[in-house]
Every structure is written in structure tokens, then in C-alpha cells.
Design a protein around this ligand. Structure first.
Ligand code: ZN
Length: 134
């Protein structure tokens, strides 16, 4: 069901400043910047090997990333695992009694269909399941 580590999500206060670390320091290339209205974020993806780094900047002081930074500061916010079928994955989680944040998939960056598991069910790590093409 889990295919690979799709990406690592990092909460940042200033996307343009944070992008410089990945371009100027690490020499990576951004796959582009995208606003995801539904999640109140502006994101940049940096493909690296078989996975990606996702930088997330809040577009709203009430958004989940703004709240995360308020409580915990900037830094790693979630791990996203690629699944081949997100409905089947969510059914499997429910059958295992895992608490979910999203009962139904919603749309994330890059047209992915995503759902979050509750960090209380996963040892404090916010886990995103993501189904997308290629
Ligand atoms: Zn993500």
C-alpha cells in the first residue's frame, strides 16, 4: 500500500528566504511555487533523488502552518507517504483503528489527493498519505 516516502513537509515563515537554503546551499532546483487555497499555504517542492522536500509558508495567520510555527517554531512538519489507492489506504487505517484527521481525501499541491493521520495515533509524527500520478 505505501509505495515510497513521497516528501518531507517543512514549515517555514518566509518561503523565499527558505528556498535560498535549498537552492544556494544545497544546489537543488525548485519544481515551482504553488498556492493551495484550501490549505492556506504557498508551497515549493524540491525533488531530490526519489523523494522531495516540500516547503510550506502560511498565507493566513489562522492556517495550519501558521499555527504549527506559533506552537513549535519552524521545521519539519510532516512526512508524506505515497500510496497507490488513497481510499483503500484510509479504509485500512480505519480497520486498524487509527485516528484520522481527514476521513475523506482532499486536494493538495500538484493535484495530489491527500489525507492526514492524527499524530496522536502515530507517535507524534504528522503523517500524510498521498496519491498522485508519476
Ligand atoms: Zn505534504
Amino acid at each position: 500500500m505505501v509505495v515510497k516516502l513521497d516528501h518531507i513537509g517543512i514549515a517555514v515563515a518566509d518561503l523565499d528566504a527558505a528556498m535560498k537554503v535549498y537552492t544556494d546551499v544545497l544546489g537543488l532546483k525548485s519544481a515551482g511555487v504553488e498556492v493551495v487555497e484550501e490549505q492556506k499555504v504557498r508551497v515549493a517542492f524540491f525533488p531530490v533523488g526519489d523523494t522531495e522536500v516540500e516547503l510550506l509558508e502560511s498565507t493566513d495567520p489562522e492556517g495550519p502552518i501558521a499555527k504549527h510555527i506559533e506552537k513549535r517554531g519552524e521545521g519539519v512538519q510532516h512526512l508524506a507517504f505515497r500510496v497507490d489507492n488513497i481510499e483503500a489506504a484510509l479504509d485500512e487505517m480505519r480497520a486498524k483503528g487509527i485516528r484520522l484527521i481527514d476521513e475523506k481525501p482532499r486536494y493538495g499541491a500538484g493535484g495530489a489527493r491527500i489525507a492526514f493521520l492524527h499524530p496522536k495515533a502515530t507517535g507524534g509524527v504528522l503523517i500524510e498519505l498521498s496519491e498522485r500520478e508519476a
